[in-house]
Design a protein around this ligand. Structure first.
Ligand code: ADP
Length: 351
């Protein structure tokens, strides 16, 4: 079972614009997804993620720009291919199973153009991929939320789509189930070589699922790239802060070069103006010292670590993780050091 490929990128969005009255929901978005990669699309509520996904699916139509799936033009604002002819599989947050159909009949429902026997065979294979091989004859009301979501995934995979589209598929599930199901879904996509776009507002999920990550804000894509690159080299402050806890320290001219309260910053001389440097909580450590000029201003227990807010001499605050076996008290004095091999990252001003 695998998505049909013809050497073309799985998805090309070029200059896509979609307006609703006075709202520009997506504003000149371009992106490309290589086969069979998984793209996580992340950003705050209202930034246009669903509109972009719905446009790719054919449930919304562009005002400008174009969308190609597997090399086939599906929307250029004049020519529109209907959703059922786009070769896509859709999984939404809500379980959209037919209550009166058994699991196998639900999964067979979307398979067209083959006989009933072949359709049953494909549906069985899809149920195996999502590890529900023994569930053929159950009905939706006899399944847990996670199982229903697996059936929805099998139903979307069974017609062998060229591209899978997920819109917050696990948002209604509890955290443990969510992590497990996410791993299983990624496993199923990898096993079938199916490229996918995965919409989420959850930064941990976005970092975990994708080969590529696109961070959106106000209808635009702020940055795309492999998740580690985007996380460690954010294009601006918005991206840095959206993807995880980050502290920002003002950069000043230290005579011998740019510095922050934590020391020198290596700023590349390619003209990008950086006004702050980013440190993440694993980049800095607090060394207790009664003569130090940094003070613990707050602590929060996070299970594996303590999250310590530290006020520096110049009044800026940095957050640092500390092992759960090595707690410190609010008010403790000390020094803040960069961890070896963890540079301060210069961040350009937001647009
Ligand atoms: P997200 O999925 O990131 O939360 P959406 O794509 O749902 O964002 O929405 C982007 C913007 O477009 C929002 O301002 C939203 O109110 C608006 N919008 C989305 N769908 C419609 C619609 N059908 N009619 C009018 N405005 C819409």
């Amino acid at each position: 079972m695998s998505g049909a490929t013809n050497g073309a990128p799985a998805l090309v969005v070029d200059g896509a614009v979609k307006r609703y009255d006075s709202t520009t929901a997506i504003d000149r978005i371009s992106l490309e997804l290589t086969n069979p990669d998984i793209l996580a699309l992340v950003g705050p509520s209202g930034c246009g993620k669903s509109t972009l996904l719905r446009s790719i699916a054919g449930l919304a139509h562009l005002d400008e720009g174009s969308i190609r799936i597997n090399g086939v033009l599906v929307d250029d604002s004049r020519h529109r291919v209907p959703p059922e002819k786009r070769g896509i599989g859709l999984v939404f947050q809500e379980h959209t199973l037919f209550p009166h159909l058994s699991v196998i009949d639900n999964v067979m429902f979307g398979i067209r153009d083959v006989g009933r026997k072949a359709a049953r065979q494909r549906a069985s294979e899809a149920l195996e991929v999502v590890e529900l091989a023994g569930f053929h004859d159950r009905y939706p009301h006899e399944l847990s939320g996670g199982e229903r979501q697996r059936v929805a995934l099998a139903r979307a995979l069974a017609p062998r789509p060229a591209l899978m589209l997920f819109d917050e598929p696990f948002a209604s599930l509890d955290p443990n189930l969510r992590t497990q199901l996410r791993r299983d879904v990624i496993g199923a996509l990898r096993a079938t070589g199916t490229p996918a776009v995965f919409v989420t507002h959850d930064q941990d999920e976005a970092l975990a699922v994708g080969d590529q990550l696109a961070v959106m804000r106000a209808g635009r894509i702020e940055q795309t790239g492999p998740p580690p690159n985007v996380f460690h080299e954010p294009a601006n402050r918005f991206v840095a802060a959206y993807l995880g806890e980050a502290s920002f320290l003002p950069i000043s001219d230290g005579g011998a070069g740019p510095v922050t309260a934590l020391g020198p910053v290596a700023v590349e001389s390619d003209g990008v103006e950086a006004d702050v440097a980013m440190v993440r909580p694993d980049d800095v450590r607090f060394v207790p010292d009664p003569d130090g000029d940094a003070v613990i201003s707050a602590i929060e227990f996070r299970g594996v670590t303590w999250s310590c807010s530290i006020m520096l001499a110049d009044g800026t605050t940095v957050v640092s993780n500390r092992s759960h076996v090595d707690p410190v008290a609010v008010g403790a004095r000390g020094r803040v050091e960069m961890m070896p091999g963890h540079p301060q990252i210069p961040i350009p001003a937001d647009r």
